[in-house]
Write a protein that binds this ligand. Structure first.
Ligand code: ATP
Ligand code: MG
Ligand code: ZN
Length: 445
């Protein structure tokens, strides 16, 4: 007997349709999965076998061949467990399902037959809607990710048994619904606000200009001057994410397996602060099955490189092309995938090794040659990609204790939005493409 079930695999941040074809025949008992399966898929055989038996079905003593088509596409996901198990049950007549048209399913099965979460469900659901799939069975644990795509009916599944009951019409499982407007109004706010920052008028102004124009920034100042504090507040003055942007960002986190359980859509702009020991792959993405790196996790938001001088030269070097392109292409043997990576880069560093060169009260202790070596470290790789340099001086105790902080983020954000609107209109009117990212402001130190 033969049956075919629709499933999906991930390719970069996209999902691709995979036909799971199950063929059973008499002969010595065998269970093969073909279609360039990797080790994960051979492990899937054991899970499917145990899952079937522990759900009360028979594992057939026949020759079972599973073909994952297209065969030449490399697949890694445990998400085929559910369609493979279902296919075997249908092909051996243990389960009768009248209509599998326009239904797709993904899910890992554990040995006891429960269905576990998989990565990338938002991308899967998005592709389903493009492929005309109307119903998608997914692990209940991360069903909310898929439900953001409103054109697809998303059915949350906890076990193989429940999936069978649903498909054979023996039980109702309500589809998962999410209210996008509500998600934005509940989760769109930021915890940190610019009004916490006292003084630093020049830095605040420069950061506002950077956000309005999409410029990268380097903050130079002594320890404790508030560089980290300022950087962390940057997302709060950027315009709110559009729904399409939120979906893009969420797809990246979903692919990276970083979406918290119960969260269907990320509605805040990302802020990432990788440690300076991070590898090139960790920063820009890659791996045997390419995963997004920090620059893609910062997409639509802020990548903060604190202690910029401490980062590996090779890692900084690897940032250059993505900073130019707004995306990154990662190749590993047969696969090349492209991840989006449009972000504002904020670097921070001390002005010198001891940290206090230029400080109003503490003198710099650094010998001139050490100082020059230090500045040289960052000058090569990416300094020419950073338009705005701001000095961030240490405030005195008196200044820190003095009166209220500055403007709240919301007011700054409104000005940023107006500035961006004006820019956009000017580009449309004059049909010029310049002024988009490489303009130099006179804020260099
Ligand atoms: N302008 C400011 N307004 C209010 N608090 C400030 C300000 N500047 C510094 N602080 C306080 O000092 C603390 C240290 O600041 P922060 O960690 O941002 O400094 P930094 O420049 O990143 O230092 P480092 O170089 O050591 O990383 C802040 O958490 C905050 O409490
Ligand atoms: Mg800091
Ligand atoms: Zn010094």
């Amino acid at each position: 007997m033969f049956t075919r079930i629709t499933s999906y695999t991930l390719y970069g941040v996209d999902a691709i349709k995979v036909d799971v074809e199950v063929h059973t025949a008499r002969g010595s008992p065998q269970f093969n999965i073909v279609g360039l399966p990797d080790k994960a898929i051979s492990e899937s055989r054991e899970r499917v076998r145990a899952g079937l038996i522990n759900s009360g079905y028979k594992f057939p003593l026949e020759r079972i061949t599973v073909n994952l088509s297209p065969a030449d596409l490399r697949k890694e996901s445990p998400a085929f467990d559910l369609p493979v198990a279902m296919g075997i049950l249908i092909a051996t007549g243990q389960v009768k399902i009248s209509d599998l048209e326009s239904i797709a399913m993904v899910g890992e099965i554990s040995l006891d037959g429960t269905v576990n979460r998989v990565r990338g469900l938002l991308s899967v659901a998005d592709q389903c809607s493009k492929d005309g799939i109307r119903t998608l069975l997914v692990p209940q644990d991360n069903a909310y990710e898929a439900a953001v795509i409103q054109k697809v009916r998303v059915i949350p599944i906890t076990s193989l048994g429940q999936a069978i009951a649903f498909l054979s019409g023996n039980s109702e499982v309500p589809s998962v619904q999410v209210d996008l407007a509500e998600i934005f109004s509940l989760n769109g706010k930021y915890d940190l606000d610019f009004s916490d920052v006292k003084g630093q008028e020049q830095a605040r102004r420069a950061l506002e200009v950077a956000v309005a124009g999409g410029h990268n920034v380097l903050m130079v100042g002594p320890p404790g001057s508030g560089k980290t504090m300022l950087a962390r507040r940057l997302p709060s003055i950027m315009p709110e994410l559009e729904v399409e942007e939120a979906v893009e960002v969420t797809r990246i986190y979903s692919i990276a397996g970083l979406l918290p359980s119960g969260i269907s859509l990320l509605t805040r702009r990302p802020f990432r602060k990788p440690h300076h020991t991070i590898s090139e792959v960790g920063l820009v993405g890659g791996g045997r099955f390419p995963r997004p790196g920090e620059i893609s996790l910062s997409h639509c938001g802020v990548l903060f490189l604190d202690e910029l001088t401490e980062f590996r030269q090779s890692a900084l070097e690897a940032l250059r092309q993505p900073l130019e392109d707004g995306e990154v292409s990662v190749s590993r043997s047969l696969i090349t995938v492209t991840f989006p990576a449009r972000f504002i880069l904020i670097g921070a560093m001390n002005p010198c090794p001891c940290g206090f060169r230029g400080d109003r009260s503490i003198p710099c202790q650094c010998p001139e040659n050490l100082y020059r070596q230090y500045r040289h470290k960052v000058s090569g790789p990416i300094l020419d990609r950073i338009d705005i340099h701001i000095p961030v001086p240490r405030l005195t105790r008196a200044e820190l204790l003095r009166g209220p902080g500055g403007e709240v983020s919301e007011i700054i954000r409104e000005r940023v939005k107006r500035a961006r609107d004006i820019q956009r209109k000017r580009f449309v009117d004059q049909r010029i493409k310049e002024n988009s990212g490489r303009t130099h402001y006179s804020l260099r130190t």
